[in-house]
Design a protein around this ligand. Structure first.
Ligand code: 5GP
Length: 178
Protein backbone atom coordinates (compact mmCIF):
# COMPACT_ATOMS: atom_id res chain seq x y z
CA UNK A 1 0.00 0.00 0.00
CA UNK A 2 1.42 3.36 -1.03
CA UNK A 3 0.76 5.33 2.11
CA UNK A 4 1.50 9.04 1.85
CA UNK A 5 1.95 11.57 4.60
CA UNK A 6 0.59 15.13 4.50
CA UNK A 7 1.57 17.13 7.55
CA UNK A 8 0.32 15.08 10.58
CA UNK A 9 -1.98 12.70 8.64
CA UNK A 10 -1.51 9.51 6.63
CA UNK A 11 -3.52 8.72 3.50
CA UNK A 12 -3.89 5.63 1.31
CA UNK A 13 -4.86 5.35 -2.39
CA UNK A 14 -8.62 5.29 -2.86
CA UNK A 15 -9.77 6.16 -6.40
CA UNK A 16 -7.28 6.03 -9.26
CA UNK A 17 -7.07 8.53 -12.11
CA UNK A 18 -8.53 6.14 -14.69
CA UNK A 19 -11.69 5.60 -12.65
CA UNK A 20 -11.98 9.36 -12.08
CA UNK A 21 -11.74 10.10 -15.81
CA UNK A 22 -14.30 7.42 -16.70
CA UNK A 23 -16.75 8.83 -14.16
CA UNK A 24 -16.23 12.36 -15.50
CA UNK A 25 -16.88 11.23 -19.08
CA UNK A 26 -20.20 9.71 -18.02
CA UNK A 27 -21.30 12.88 -16.24
CA UNK A 28 -20.23 15.04 -19.19
CA UNK A 29 -22.21 12.87 -21.60
CA UNK A 30 -25.35 13.44 -19.53
CA UNK A 31 -24.77 17.20 -19.40
CA UNK A 32 -24.13 17.32 -23.15
CA UNK A 33 -27.45 15.62 -23.71
CA UNK A 34 -29.51 17.49 -21.09
CA UNK A 35 -28.29 21.02 -21.76
CA UNK A 36 -27.75 21.08 -25.53
CA UNK A 37 -28.91 24.37 -27.06
CA UNK A 38 -28.94 26.20 -23.69
CA UNK A 39 -25.39 27.60 -23.72
CA UNK A 40 -24.97 26.80 -20.00
CA UNK A 41 -22.59 28.81 -17.84
CA UNK A 42 -20.41 26.51 -15.75
CA UNK A 43 -19.48 28.05 -12.41
CA UNK A 44 -16.40 26.43 -10.92
CA UNK A 45 -16.29 26.70 -7.13
CA UNK A 46 -12.70 27.42 -6.14
CA UNK A 47 -10.42 26.29 -4.79
CA UNK A 48 -11.12 22.56 -4.72
CA UNK A 49 -13.07 22.14 -7.99
CA UNK A 50 -10.48 23.57 -10.37
CA UNK A 51 -9.01 20.22 -11.45
CA UNK A 52 -12.41 18.57 -11.88
CA UNK A 53 -13.79 21.62 -13.72
CA UNK A 54 -10.85 21.59 -16.16
CA UNK A 55 -11.37 17.91 -17.00
CA UNK A 56 -15.17 18.10 -17.06
CA UNK A 57 -15.25 21.21 -19.23
CA UNK A 58 -12.99 19.61 -21.84
CA UNK A 59 -15.51 16.77 -22.17
CA UNK A 60 -18.32 19.25 -22.84
CA UNK A 61 -19.07 19.39 -26.55
CA UNK A 62 -22.10 21.74 -26.56
CA UNK A 63 -21.91 25.57 -26.64
CA UNK A 64 -21.04 26.63 -23.10
CA UNK A 65 -19.05 29.08 -21.00
CA UNK A 66 -17.13 28.85 -17.74
CA UNK A 67 -16.50 31.23 -14.86
CA UNK A 68 -15.28 31.00 -11.26
CA UNK A 69 -16.33 31.84 -7.73
CA UNK A 70 -14.49 31.20 -4.48
CA UNK A 71 -15.91 29.79 -1.24
CA UNK A 72 -14.47 28.41 1.97
CA UNK A 73 -16.09 26.23 4.63
CA UNK A 74 -13.54 23.59 5.66
CA UNK A 75 -10.92 23.99 8.29
CA UNK A 76 -8.48 21.03 8.54
CA UNK A 77 -10.56 17.86 8.11
CA UNK A 78 -13.91 19.21 9.39
CA UNK A 79 -16.68 21.20 7.71
CA UNK A 80 -17.18 24.36 9.76
CA UNK A 81 -20.84 24.70 8.77
CA UNK A 82 -20.15 28.36 8.06
CA UNK A 83 -19.68 29.21 4.42
CA UNK A 84 -17.64 32.23 3.52
CA UNK A 85 -17.72 33.81 0.08
CA UNK A 86 -14.26 35.04 -0.80
CA UNK A 87 -14.77 35.95 -4.43
CA UNK A 88 -18.26 36.32 -5.90
CA UNK A 89 -19.60 36.05 -9.38
CA UNK A 90 -19.21 38.95 -11.82
CA UNK A 91 -21.44 37.63 -14.63
CA UNK A 92 -25.08 38.44 -15.28
CA UNK A 93 -26.93 35.10 -15.05
CA UNK A 94 -30.48 36.39 -15.60
CA UNK A 95 -32.46 33.76 -17.56
CA UNK A 96 -29.37 31.58 -18.01
CA UNK A 97 -28.86 27.91 -17.22
CA UNK A 98 -25.96 27.62 -14.81
CA UNK A 99 -24.07 24.50 -13.73
CA UNK A 100 -22.34 24.84 -10.37
CA UNK A 101 -19.20 22.69 -10.45
CA UNK A 102 -18.15 21.44 -7.00
CA UNK A 103 -15.36 19.09 -5.93
CA UNK A 104 -17.38 17.41 -3.19
CA UNK A 105 -20.76 17.70 -1.51
CA UNK A 106 -20.40 16.77 2.16
CA UNK A 107 -22.91 18.42 4.57
CA UNK A 108 -24.35 20.29 1.59
CA UNK A 109 -24.16 23.71 3.33
CA UNK A 110 -21.81 25.16 0.72
CA UNK A 111 -23.96 24.18 -2.23
CA UNK A 112 -27.14 25.28 -0.44
CA UNK A 113 -25.60 28.68 0.22
CA UNK A 114 -24.39 29.03 -3.37
CA UNK A 115 -27.79 28.04 -4.76
CA UNK A 116 -29.53 30.64 -2.56
CA UNK A 117 -27.17 33.34 -3.76
CA UNK A 118 -27.56 32.38 -7.41
CA UNK A 119 -31.35 32.07 -7.19
CA UNK A 120 -31.54 35.72 -6.13
CA UNK A 121 -30.02 36.62 -9.50
CA UNK A 122 -32.89 35.07 -11.48
CA UNK A 123 -31.23 32.36 -13.54
CA UNK A 124 -33.39 30.12 -15.72
CA UNK A 125 -32.14 26.94 -14.06
CA UNK A 126 -29.44 25.94 -11.56
CA UNK A 127 -27.85 22.50 -11.92
CA UNK A 128 -25.16 21.08 -9.66
CA UNK A 129 -22.29 18.87 -10.85
CA UNK A 130 -20.03 17.37 -8.19
CA UNK A 131 -17.06 15.08 -8.60
CA UNK A 132 -17.77 13.42 -5.25
CA UNK A 133 -20.82 13.09 -3.05
CA UNK A 134 -21.01 11.77 0.54
CA UNK A 135 -24.70 10.88 0.92
CA UNK A 136 -24.27 9.87 4.58
CA UNK A 137 -22.92 13.31 5.53
CA UNK A 138 -25.68 15.35 3.89
CA UNK A 139 -27.50 17.68 6.28
CA UNK A 140 -29.53 19.81 3.85
CA UNK A 141 -32.39 19.22 1.48
CA UNK A 142 -30.46 19.75 -1.75
CA UNK A 143 -30.29 17.90 -5.04
CA UNK A 144 -27.01 17.11 -6.75
CA UNK A 145 -27.96 16.69 -10.40
CA UNK A 146 -24.69 15.24 -11.69
CA UNK A 147 -22.51 13.12 -9.37
CA UNK A 148 -19.40 11.48 -10.77
CA UNK A 149 -18.60 9.29 -7.73
CA UNK A 150 -20.42 8.54 -4.46
CA UNK A 151 -18.20 7.85 -1.44
CA UNK A 152 -18.72 6.97 2.24
CA UNK A 153 -18.21 9.56 4.96
CA UNK A 154 -14.41 9.73 5.09
CA UNK A 155 -11.92 12.55 4.55
CA UNK A 156 -10.19 12.44 1.18
CA UNK A 157 -7.48 14.43 -0.61
CA UNK A 158 -6.04 14.72 -4.11
CA UNK A 159 -7.28 15.72 -7.54
CA UNK A 160 -7.84 19.31 -6.36
CA UNK A 161 -8.92 18.49 -2.81
CA UNK A 162 -6.63 19.54 0.02
CA UNK A 163 -5.67 18.84 3.57
CA UNK A 164 -4.64 22.19 4.98
CA UNK A 165 -3.92 23.43 1.42
CA UNK A 166 -1.60 20.48 0.66
CA UNK A 167 -2.26 17.50 -1.63
CA UNK A 168 -4.28 19.24 -4.34
CA UNK A 169 -1.68 18.20 -6.94
CA UNK A 170 -2.10 14.44 -6.38
CA UNK A 171 -3.35 12.76 -9.55
CA UNK A 172 -5.37 10.10 -7.69
CA UNK A 173 -7.75 10.42 -4.75
CA UNK A 174 -6.52 9.29 -1.32
CA UNK A 175 -8.45 8.56 1.89
CA UNK A 176 -7.32 9.29 5.42
CA UNK A 177 -5.97 6.22 7.20
CA UNK A 178 -5.46 7.53 10.75
P1 5GP B 1 -20.04 21.02 2.60
O1 5GP B 1 -20.41 22.47 2.69
O2 5GP B 1 -20.90 20.23 1.64
O3 5GP B 1 -19.98 20.37 3.97
O4 5GP B 1 -18.56 20.92 2.13
C1 5GP B 1 -18.17 21.37 0.92
C2 5GP B 1 -16.71 21.70 0.89
O5 5GP B 1 -15.98 21.12 1.97
C3 5GP B 1 -16.10 21.13 -0.36
O6 5GP B 1 -16.19 22.03 -1.42
C4 5GP B 1 -14.66 20.87 0.06
O7 5GP B 1 -13.90 22.02 -0.13
C5 5GP B 1 -14.77 20.57 1.54
N1 5GP B 1 -14.77 19.11 1.80
C6 5GP B 1 -15.82 18.34 2.15
N2 5GP B 1 -15.45 17.05 2.33
C7 5GP B 1 -14.11 17.01 2.07
C8 5GP B 1 -13.14 15.94 2.08
O8 5GP B 1 -13.40 14.75 2.33
N3 5GP B 1 -11.87 16.31 1.76
C9 5GP B 1 -11.53 17.59 1.46
N4 5GP B 1 -10.26 17.82 1.17
N5 5GP B 1 -12.40 18.60 1.44
C10 5GP B 1 -13.70 18.32 1.75
Amino acid sequence: MNTIQIKDKKFVPYIDRKKIQEAIQKVAARINEDLAGQNPLFICVLNGAFVFAADLFREITIDSEITFMRMKSYSGTQSTGRVKEIQGLGEDITERTVVVVEDIVDTGYTIQHIKEQLRARNPKDIRVASLLFKPEALKCDIKVDYVALEIPNAFIVGYGLDYDEQGRNLKDIYVISE
